[in-house]
Design a protein around this ligand. Structure first.
Ligand SMILES: *Cc1c(COP(=O)(O)O)cnc(C)c1O
Length: 446
């Protein structure tokens, strides 16, 4: 009986020639499909030896589907969270992708001065553009904002003291905690104030001959309300200057412009922070900037010069495609009209009428759901709690969770939001050219 069952198992090459199995090769590659088939066969043999029933075909298909779903692939973001860290943050502009292809496909003058015929700086070009754009003296680019903060602390606070308000002593996500990073750089963290209040007098009392940094951090991923008092950057900058210490700020998202233009709350811009006297700010490239993952350091030539001299910079540097994408995105920010070519800004500025029209077209196509008003969020630790008007397709499902699961397994995988038992597809975070795919994914999952 066992032997018959064992003999009945197909050879690997037979499994691989099955059209359904072979259909996974374009997405997974031949070797991965073969390894999965071999794994399923081994489990079938073990089950037969143990006298158990084993459905080889079903197991193999499930394994292949799981492996295909685990591949890095595009998804439709219908959560209404525009800068969604788990979904890859900012979608890139066409011009940025073209620039990456143009520079990435061949050689470039990345670190070569074409005029002098000798070694040049990889950061100079984009640095000058970013400095102009943000109104900073100088700019430097590293791998992400966490790396920018690391470089700041390592350069200025190593074996010195760094003053941080307890109300800003944050974990910025992914386990990156300011106190831990400080400890690694050999700096001593000096906490001031309480959870809800920090005053200039607290900072004055904490200053010592060993103090080198005053660090401020944007409360990107939480907010304080009620009995709250914050430090004033101008006063703090004046104190820093008088005491010969450096005031630096992790702005996280880093608004380039006044976001009230998009119906969002007022957010201090990078230029404002610098004008208030902050010596260096650190921001992310793939949050409100709408560009590739990177960290930008903006501020005084003197402070940035010290960071350029830190050997750690070598380990945090960005590659040519990132620089090409960053430069192209920065160019689009140079005028209000071209900024709308950055997908994040196209989504931020889409009108309610436009979102409603798109929603109605999808509802007409799938013959289900209704259009509801909702609130979308910038997300990604940008503007905590800030939401803006949006439009969603609402689908009533008695059991929303299995529906959401089917949507995640649809092609393309679609991530919706469950609210009060309804499944919402927020159109503000869906790119307009994904509408047809969204409609198909919903229809297939109903
Ligand atoms: C998001 C965020 C970071 C981390 O930025 P990455 O670019 O993801 O490294 C750091 N600080 C603040 C305040 C943030 O909001």
């Amino acid at each position: 009986m066992n032997e018959n069952a064992m003999r009945g198992l197909p050879a690997v090459h037979r499994l691989l020639s099955d059209p359904t199995v072979a259909g996974f090769e374009p997405s997974l590659g031949h070797e991965a499909v073969k390894a999965i088939a071999q794994g399923a066969l081994e489990r079938a043999r073990a089950a037969i030896l143990a006298g158990q029933h084993f459905d080889l075909e079903r197991t193999l298909l499930a394994d292949l589907e799981n492996a295909a779903a685990a591949q890095l692939q595009p998804v439709v973001n219908a959560t209404g969270i525009l800068v969604h860290t788990n979904l890859g943050r900012a979608p890139l502009a066409r011009a940025a992708l073209d620039a990456a292809a143009r520079i990435g496909a061949g050689y470039s003058n990345l670190e070569f001065d074409l005029g002098e015929g000798q070694r040049g700086s990889r950061y100079e070009r984009v640095g000058a553009r970013l400095a102009r754009l943000f109104g900073a003296q100088d700019a430097l680019v590293v791998n992400n904002c966490a790396a920018a903060v690391l470089l700041l602390l390592d350069t200025f606070a190593r074996n010195r003291e760094c003053i941080v308000a307890r109300s800003e002593l944050v974990e910025i996500g992914g386990g990156f905690r300011v106190p831990d990073v400080l400890e690694r750089s050999g700096a001593r963290l000096v906490e001031i104030g309480t959870t809800n209040k920090a005053r200039l007098a607290d900072v004055e009392r904490a200053l010592s001959p060993r103090t080198s940094l005053l660090l401020r951090t944007h409360r990107s991923n939480f907010s304080l309300a009620g009995f709250v008092e914050d430090l004033d950057s101008r006063e703090l900058a004046a104190l820093a200057q008088r005491s010969g210490v450096l005031l630096v700020e992790d702005l996280g998202s880093g608004a380039l412009l006044d976001m009230t233009a998009f119906g969002l709350p007022r957010e201090r811009t990078v230029a404002e922070a610098l004008a208030e006297g902050v010596a260096v700010v650190a921001i992310s490239g793939d949050k409100l900037f709408g560009g590739p993952q990177c960290g930008m350091l903006l501020g005084s030539t003197l402070a940035l010069g010290r960071m350029r001299g830190n050997p750690l910079l070598r380990a945090l540097r960005v590659d040519k495609t990132t620089l090409a994408m960053l430069d192209a995105t920065a160019r689009l920010h140079e005028s209000d009209a071209t900024r709308l070519e950055i997908p994040l800004y196209a989504m931020l500025s889409a009108s309610i009428d436009e979102l409603r029209r798109r929603g109605e077209a999808i509802v007409a196509r799938i013959g289900q759901g209704r259009i509801v008003a909702t609130r979308a969020a910038v997300g990604g630790g940008a503007l905590p709690g800030a939401t803006m008007d949006s439009v969603a397709i609402a689908i009533e499902e008695s059991d929303a969770d299995p529906f959401a699961r089917r949507l995640r397994q649809a092609r393309p995988p679609t991530i919706a939001r469950i609210e009060e038992g309804r499944v919402l597809f927020d159109l503000r975070s869906v790119l307009p050219d994904e509408d047809a795919a969204l409609a198909d994914a919903i229809a297939a999952s109903l």
